[in-house]
Design a protein. Structure first.
Length: 241
């Protein structure tokens, strides 16, 4: 695998304890996880921990399996499988596909920094004037004049800079702080507004990154030498948190 990772310009850092692997998949944003599946070491625990974590619930998972472990990897929603003994050519193709999926997910989750005035209707509060400070296909950061309660419903109406028409979005507050900054996850976007949002974000992201596979830094944390967790990152776009 080192040869394949090197060919994709991915550097690997190895951690030798399960604690560090579980900490990585729980707290750090890892675009791709590579798991060498050995049932004796309970790899399911690492993958399920990643799937339940906020940073890595949608991370691409590559499982290195044999005939006895393939089903186990599928049950925890592995996206790609490399069969052992490893055929380098097939493994290389699998990793290139995984990198493509990683890049698509990274673009989907990427937030574009903005400064957009917005009219926000907040449940149990009413209508407020606020500003959007970053925006993605699935959510945004809202700056209000007062703190917002977690789980409160939000309706937003705003226009994109340099674009015609208005966008109407419904969402829910998922995090916030006493200064009035709140993270909003979208719950409903009308189809025509979603098309406009996707088009505008694609244009803005194209300004922030080259349309190439990112040169990545990877961290690999094996579980007792058998389970690996790989996280690829690129500084060209900023991932959502």
């Amino acid at each position: 695998m080192n040869q394949i990772l090197h060919s994709l310009a991915i550097e690997a850092e190895v951690c030798s304890e399960i604690k560090s692997a579980l900490d990585a998949v729980t707290h750090r944003r890892l675009d791709t996880l590579i798991v060498d599946w050995n049932l004796a070491n309970d790899p399911t625990r690492v993958v399920r921990t990643a799937r339940k974590s906020s940073p890595n619930s949608n991370s691409t998972i590559v499982a290195m399996v044999d005939a006895d472990t393939e089903t186990h990897a599928l049950l925890v929603r592995a996206n790609f499988m490399i069969h052992k003994p490893v055929d380098l050519d097939l493994a290389r193709r699998c990793m290139r596909a995984a990198c493509g999926t990683m890049l698509q997910e990274r673009r989907r989750a990427a937030r574009v920094p903005v400064d957009i005035p917005v009219i926000a209707r907040i449940s149990e509060i009413g209508t407020l004037e606020a500003r959007i400070s970053d925006l993605s296909i699935g959510g945004l950061a809202l700056q209000c004049g007062q703190p917002l309660e977690i789980d409160c419903d939000v309706s937003l109406v705003f226009s994109f800079p340099g674009a015609d028409g208005v966008v109407r979005i419904a969402g829910r507050v998922v995090n916030g702080n006493p200064t009035g900054r709140a993270g909003v996850r979208f719950s409903f976007v009308p189809e025509e507004d979603l098309d406009l949002l996707e088009s505008w974000l694609a244009t803005e992201l194209a300004k922030l990154e080259d349309a190439e596979m990112p040169v990545a830094e990877a961290r690999v944390a094996p579980y007792d030498g058998d389970i690996g967790v790989l996280g690829a990152s690129s500084n060209r776009i900023r991932p959502s948190t």
